[in-house]
Design a binder for this molecule. Structure first.
Ligand SMILES: Cc1ncc(CO)c(N)n1
Ligand SMILES: Cc1ncsc1CCO
Length: 220
């Protein structure tokens, strides 16, 4: 069985929990309170910038020149999506863009950046894979279920459900499978564990948006 099949099996229970979350179910129904969606978009812009940096770090550390190119393009894509959020949703929803990262956003991006910088590069590739794969799965699930008429979130829902995004995801999965072939069993397990951690942090990110998470102690 391929590395990606094994890794998905290990993390599948987290995907199942994500699609049952109230944030996802209310996006589908179109009943998600606007303030929660705004909160999510503002945090996602902060997330995407750091995700782009993590991808650029992996590009710089990749062994094959083709992978340098692939992760450079992924990094560019993440930054382009980030600026698109500013150009569209920030205007539509009057988002200030002054928010600081929540604990969950900080935790997730710190995990991505430190893994991209310090872990074996194959493990770093596995750590960023949930950002692709979970979003595609969740995007397809939402797209398949959603209330099309009068859903205020249909434009967002279309973003991750298309063929274009699916091709990027397939490429990121293939690269991880190629990379895993040069790894020992133990290293492949470290890749799967990094993948599972990324999936858990995807769960935490949705949960934090639903709760409109703040820092427990305001020090000033
Ligand atoms: C939190 C999060 N994970 C993944 C994606 C897709 O890259 C995103 N936009 N936001
Ligand atoms: C996974 C992902 N999500 C938004 S952009 C991106 C990388 C593709 O450029």
């Amino acid at each position: 069985m391929s590395w990606s099949n094994t890794a998905w099996q290990q993390a599948e229970h987290i995907y199942q929990k994500i699609i049952a979350m109230p944030f996802i179910q209310e996006l589908i129904a179109g009943t998600l309170p606007q303030e929660k969606f705004k909160f999510y978009i503002e945090q996602d812009a902060l997330y995407l910038e750091q995700f782009g940096r993590a991808l650029a770090l992996i590009a710089g550390r990749a062994h094959q020149t083709q992978h340098v190119l692939d992760y450079t393009r992924f990094a560019e894509g993440a930054i382009v999506v980030e600026s698109t959020l500013h150009a569209s949703y920030f205007n539509t929803y009057n988002i200030s863009g002054l928010a600081k990262p929540t604990p969950a956003c900080h935790y997730y991006t710190s995990f991505l950046l430190s893994t991209a910088a310090l872990a074996q590069v194959e493990v770093a590739m596995a750590a960023v894979l949930p950002c692709f794969w979970i979003y595609q799965k969740v995007g397809d699930y939402i797209y398949g279920q959603h209330q099309v008429t009068n859903n205020p979130y249909s434009e967002w829902i279309d973003t991750y459900a298309g063929e274009e995004f699916a091709q990027l995801v397939a490429k990121a999965i293939d690269i991880c499978n190629d990379a895993a072939q040069n790894c020992t069993q133990q290293q492949q397990q470290a890749m799967a564990d990094a993948f599972e951690m990324g999936c858990q942090l995807e769960w935490l990110f949705w949960d934090s948006a639903w709760r409109m998470e703040t820092w427990a102690a305001k020090l000033i």
